[in-house]
Structures are given as C-alpha cells and as structure tokens.
Design a protein around this ligand. Sequence first.
Ligand code: BYC
Length: 474
Amino acid sequence: MIDYTEKIPNNVDLGRDRVLQRALEHWQPAYLSWWYDMGPNESHNFEVYLRTATSVEPDGWAQFDYVKMPEYRWGIFLQPRDERRQVNFGMHKGQPAWQDVPGEYRSILRRIVVTQGDTEPASVEQQKMLGLSCPSLYDLRNIFQVNVEEGRHLWAMVYLLHRYFGRDGREEAESLLARRSGDTDNPRILGAFNEPTPDWLAFYMFTFFTDRDGKFQLCALAESGFDPLARTCRFMLTEEAHHMFVGESGVSRIIQRTCEVMKENKVDAPSDVRALGVIDLQTIQRYLNFHYSVTLDLYGSDVSSNAANYYTSGLKGRFRETKLEDDHTLQDAAYPVSEVVGNKINTKQVPALTALNERLRDDYIEEIQAGVNRWQRVIDEAGIPFRLTLPHKGFHREIGNFAGHFISLTGEILTEEQWKAHEFEWLPSPNDYKYVQSLMSGRVAELGKFANWIAPPVKGINGKPLDFQYVRFN
Ligand code: BYC
C-alpha cells in the first residue's frame, strides 16, 4: 500500500481518513496516466528546477529543487481554518460557515467544483506541445511550473469531490481525466479551454488573460460559505499569482524585444519588422484581441439566474466580498448591463443579483486594463507611436447579450459580411499564426540564451542567474 501521507504532502490529515485514502489510491494512477499522455510532451525524464508546496506556511509553499515532473509531489493544502468564520453574504449570512455540504446545495456546489476543476487539466492539455519550442531554459522551467501547479489545482478540486461528494464526486473526478481540450466528442466544459494554445505568444496571452479569470473566479469562490472550498481556493491563489506573472512578463519581454529591433533598425512596417525575426506590434494586438474576448466569455451571461442562485445560497461571492460595504444580500440593488437593440448598444439597470457575472467581468477588465497600460509603457519608453488597446466588451463574444452580434473593435454593430471583411485585421489570421510559429521551430536550450524574438527577463528564478541550468534534459 502506498503511504499517501508521505506521497502527498497535505494539511488535511489524509492519513486518518480511510475512505478518502482508498478513493485517492484509485484516482492517483489514473491521474499519472493522464499526465503521461496529456502532460508536457517528451518531458518525463527532465529534471526541472521547480517550486513545490510542502505546507501552507510562508516557508513551506516555495521549496525549490530539481524534480522529474511525474514525481512532483502534488499536495493537498487548505488555508488553516478560522473557527469563527461565517457565511458572509446571501440568505444564510451570519450563520457559521459550513464544514460540510448543505444537502440542498449539493448538486450546484458539485457543479461549481467540477467546472473549476475541469479548467486545470484543460490548460495543461492546451500547452502540451510548447516545451518543444521554448525560447529559453528559464521559460521552459516556467511553463513546467505552471503545468505542475495546474495539476495541483486539479488535485485540490478532486480532493473536495472525493471528500465531500461521495460516489457522485468520485465519478466526476474520473470524468475530469476523461474530457479533453478541443475534443469534438468529449470537450472541456468552458469555451476558452477548448481553444488551441499553438505558440508561446498565445501561451503568455493565455496566462495573462485566462489565468486572471482563474484569479477572479477563485477570489469569488474563496468567499464561499462552504468553508473547505473557500480555504482551498485561498491557497490556490498564491500559485495563480506566479502564472499571471509569467504571462504579463512574457508578453512584456516580447514587446520590449520588438521595440528594440524596431529602434535599432529604424523600421516600423510590420513586414520589415517580421523580416528581422521579431513579432510586429500589430500581431501582438490581434493576439490580445483574441485572448481578451475569449476570456470575457468565461464569466458567463451578463444576466444569469445561476449566478444569482450561487450568491443567494452563499456559495459564490463577489470579488473581495467582505471588503465591500453594502448589505451583502443585494435584494434591492441594481447594476448596469449592456444589450444590443437594433443597431445600438444600450445600457440598462437590472437587479444586481442577476448581474453578478457582469460585475465580476467588470472587476476583471479593470485589472486587465492596468496590465495593458504597463505593456504600453514599454512601447512608450522606446518612443514608438503605437497604442495597444482593449477591444470593446462586445467584440467577438459568444456568451451573453453580445453573442450572435457582429461588433467591431470599437463597438459598432456590423453585418456579418462587414465584420468578416475585417476579421483578420482584428484577430490573428492563419498567416499570423504561421509566422509566429515559424519563429518557434525548435527549443532554445543553451545556458543563458534567449530566442531572438524575446528579451531576457530582469532576473532569474529564486535568486538564480539567467544562465542557470533550469532544466536538465538527461
Ligand atoms: N463556455 O448563466 P450562465 C481557471 C454555460 S479559469 C461554455 O451564462 P453561469 C484557470 C453555463 O455553464 C476559472 N459554456 O453562466 C485559468 C451554463 O450551462 P448550463 C474557472 C458556458 O452558470 C487558466 C449556461 O452556459 N472557474 O481557473 O452563471 C488556467 C448558462 O450559464 C460558458 C470557474 O469558472 C463558457 N464560457 O456562469 C487554468 C468558476 N459560460 O447550466 C485554470 C466556476 C457559461 O445551461 N464556474 N456557460 O448547462 C462558474 O462559476 C460558472 O459556471 C461560470 C458560468 C462563471 C463559468
């Protein structure tokens, strides 16, 4: 028998719960088999300089060492329990936080946990091929770090399913390993997680835009009245921060390199920029448009009775719920949402309870805008007259009030024909993908070397130099 208390670092007293142990004994080999099939390609023998969480203490969640990824110790960590914690919003506000699943909310809670859990392996599947074309050992190590942590986030949700949802939970945990990103018959649950991540620019955009949806959704779930969910999400958020750093700094380094080359060579036409082997700012803008719009869909419909139910039941709160100053039941509050009426976009007030998806999306947009402003500074500092902008909220949307409409980057309602005529000015074209991928045909693996299309980072990982051997290939 495997000693799970040794194999799986945890702070949930795994060793004491035989039912849970048996469930995990069953699930762990299936997980590893999924990792061998769907984890990073050709990586199983690599030794990677990884951070492993071994406890939730400040000195325990950042242990660095060389690890072969299939041997990574995927642990189960919940933020320590606060005995006085209450349900902080909705109709149960003021009751002690639930340590078990309230019977009447069992199925919706399971659905939330499954939806959250499903995104984690999906992203690993989407990024599976990228290690073969990394721009440096530093970046290779970073993508692997992101991948093992997404694996750990899957473990976090599977722990909840096994521990609190009985046989249904065990079946859901198996299905999490059976769905596949982009599969026509058995796809991942949410749209963005079925889109390919075909190159490193797409990867950095994904970790900037889509991992940040992860942050906002986890923040909303960290407010949950179901205490084990809240506590597990809190710990997941510590890891999410690194993923967003990888995305933001990755795009920033690409922009920086492009600007350097543009200045050195006094060129600005995209074809001239491409001739010098870097990614033109127009293509970066098109990638941004794509990842932003696809990620906005992840917040669900603008007006959603599901969202109202989640909130009223005390299962999913708002971003920073306990810091907000209102009645935390939203019975009489209103919130503005947009809708398309004829050829105009109108704003109307709806009950705030039904607009909680929209509100979370707006919170997200504010943070995204700040990140895009930081990228803009890199361009401005190089003295290049180019502006990166966020598309209109209605651009290229498939979920909610804008779905089915053809909306331009700046928010005009167009006909399908008009929109199609601009599609590849606004979104990456097959040619753009082909060009970007042509830059990333092989792995850059010499110590301290970086591909021509990306600037080196400001510093290495855990105080190590940039020419550190972040990955040993064996
Ligand atoms: N694609 O009222 P509606 C992360 C479905 S990312 C496909 O609009 P609701 C990560 C919806 O399921 C964070 N389907 O939406 C990032 C529903 O289906 P049913 C992930 C969609 O339920 C990077 C129907 O449309 N976590 O962690 O209020 C790397 C109508 O529902 C989509 C969560 O999402 C879509 N985009 O809200 C790794 C948190 N949107 O009932 C990881 C948990 C909606 O008709 N999930 N639908 O079959 C939730 O809170 C909610 O499910 C959603 C949707 C916010 C996603």
